[in-house]
Ligand binder design. Sequence first.
Ligand SMILES: Nc1nc2c(c(=O)[nH]1)N[C@H]1C(S)=C(S)[C@@H](COP(=O)(O)O)O[C@H]1N2
Ligand SMILES: [Mo]
Length: 224
Amino acid sequence: MADDDVTLSGGIKGKLVDSKQKWAEEGRLLTGKTAAPSERLPPGQRLVETWPVLDLGIKPEIPTHAWRLFVDGEVETPATLSWDEFKSLPKTELTTDIHCVTAWSRYDNRWEGVSARDLIALVKPKASAQHVIFHSYDTYKTNVPLADFAADDVMLAWNWNGEPISRKHGGPLRMVLPKLYFWKSAKWIKRIEFSVFDKPGFWEIRGYHNYGDPWREQRYDDEP
Ligand SMILES: Nc1nc2c(c(=O)[nH]1)N[C@H]1C(S)=C(S)[C@@H](COP(=O)(O)O)O[C@H]1N2
Ligand SMILES: [Mo]
């Protein structure tokens, strides 16, 4: 394995992080409304046709020969998968919407990859596992309850609308978790850790909601 071949260019955009943290403190964009999940557009969101890019400023370049996915923690059979091994898992295709906490939503994104359920079947989480922590090549982290990771619309995707997911959108592999705000969908995924304990990630420790349900407008932490 050649971890040396992974390059991290750029650095954390401190100003962007500061301003997003300020949004959380001020409760920016909050409408105070909730909506039934049957309503396609969550409260306070507007539809876009383009696909905006959001990241911390570090865009990893991960050639597939150097790429590894580590799946570990509270599981019966931890796995380290090479790109070829990952691509030989059962394939899933799914079309989902995206809802970003910065208030844009994008409908009908067609993903191709491996379903979270197939990955779960591979590593067999122990009964004690309650949380899933995602670790990315750019040092980003985020967390979700295992029950949400195990939903039938969650994927680890390498294709978007028929094309390989571009580097800026998290290629070669990213998470797609359609029912929560898009910050929960880790780009450049490197490690999936099953855990007894919850471990709030990059935005969750900076004022963003620990769960992030768009239909309940859980943009920010309730505690001031
Ligand atoms: N590794 C990593 N994943 C990440 C991020 C990031 O900075 N690094 N940003 C998150 C945020 S805040 C959003 S809104 C989406 C943006 O994905 P996109 O750039 O493909 O639209 O990725 C999420 N996943
Ligand atoms: Mo975001």
